[in-house]
Design a protein around this ligand. Structure first.
Ligand SMILES: Nc1ncnc2c1ncn2[C@@H]1O[C@H](COP(=O)(O)OP(=O)(O)OP(=O)(O)O)[C@@H](O)[C@H]1O
Ligand SMILES: [Mg+2]
Length: 317
């Protein structure tokens, strides 16, 4: 086999002998495995491939080598990007969590002092000021509580039906936004029960679905506001920890105005909001929840069609 053409490929290519040791590596493989050809040749391939998604193995019969291995470039790049994004978001959330803990105590002190002061005041017009301090402290305390929550602590997994969660979320959204919002269920009945953090998934799905409903129902009235929940089984989705054999997709689709373009790049960062009363934590918390379950949250958006996809591994961890 002539191997010279392999160096032109973006796909990492390895040729192995029948003991699964590397006999040849192309340039893309050197980059992907972060080792020179000289270092790779003769080494067993298996330890190097652990954790890499979608390695294609082709047996080579009657050739000098026993196996041809390919690691597609776009998958590798996508996984690198995912890990980088996760790292950035985790670092940001950690900073904010620490800040929230620092702010909590002085805030409680401020509130208590304002209440004591209020008891000493005899004039009602002056009490209005202390009431502003108490009300605004409460608002800040709520924000701080949300910032401090959802640490990376282990979650309790349980076995449950995903469509029950979808129904819970739709019931809550329908109660909050009323009958003017059309809700569509597009469920795949063959989705099996999952073994995941039920509360985390409920929270993540609720955050995403409420955002869709808010985009449709707040602001200018729109024609036929519609929100759909779709479930599907996926084969070999690219997730945080590689590619499980099967995955679960829960898509939340709305026909609202779309996500403001200036938010696209930082949408999952905490405190990023496009709503006057938003805290910008809903999506960041949802992304956190899903990633802790080995899944992830992604989106596509244009005016008239916004789709958030909750992706989860379907196999038991
Ligand atoms: N389906 C959607 N359609 C249009 N814009 C959206 C949609 N989902 C999210 N957004 C935009 O993304 C922003 C961030 O959402 P996120 O849920 O993180 O925060 P929030 O809704 O502003 O506040 P919070 O959820 O903390 O109350 C929103 O403020 C909104 O501008
Ligand atoms: Mg939100």
């Amino acid at each position: 086999m002539d191997t010279s053409g392999f160096d032109l490929l973006q796909t990492a290519v390895l040729l192995l002998d029948d003991a699964f040791c590397i006999q040849y590596a192309n340039t893309a493989a050197e980059e992907r495995l972060r080792a020179s050809r000289k270092q790779l040749i003769g080494r067993p391939a298996q330890p190097l491939l652990a954790g890499l998604p979608s390695v294609l193995k082709t047996p080579l019969q009657g050739q000098l080598w026993a196996w041809l291995l390919e690691i597609p470039a776009h998958q590798a790049q996508r996984l690198d990007d995912l890990h980088q994004a996760r790292f950035d978001q985790a670092a940001q959330r950690e900073t904010l969590r620490n800040l929230a803990h620092e702010v909590r105590n002085p805030l409680a002190g401020l509130r208590a002092a304002a209440q004591l002061l209020e008891m000493e005041l005899s004039r009602d017009d002056l009490r209005e000021y202390t009431q502003v301090i108490v009300a605004e402290s409460d608002r800040l305390a709520h924000l701080v509580d949300r910032l401090a929550s959802s640490g990376p602590e282990a979650q309790a997994r349980q076995t449950f039906n995903v469509h029950e969660i979808c129904e819970r979320v739709l019931a809550l959204v329908s109660m909050e936004f009323g009958p003017g919002l059309t809700l569509i269920r597009d469920y795949d009945a063959s989705v099996p029960d999952v073994h995941l953090d039920r509360d985390g998934l409920l929270q993540a799905l609720l955050n995403v679905t409420r955002n869709g409903a808010q985009a449709l129902m707040e602001g200018e009235p729109r024609q036929a506001p519609t929100l759909a929940l779709r479930t599907r089984i996926l084969h070999q989705p690219v997730l945080m920890h590689g590619q499980p054999r099967m995955g679960l997709l829960i898509a939340v689709v709305d026909n609202g105005p779309g996500i403001p373009p200036e938010l696209h790049d930082k949408l999952f960062h905490p405190l990023v909001t496009g709503r006057a009363k938003g805290t910008g934590l809903g999506l960041s918390l949802a992304q956190d929840c899903l990633q802790h379950m080995g899944g992830l949250l992604e989106f596509d958006s244009r005016p008239g069609h916004t789709e958030f996809r909750l992706l989860l591994p379907l196999e038991a961890p």
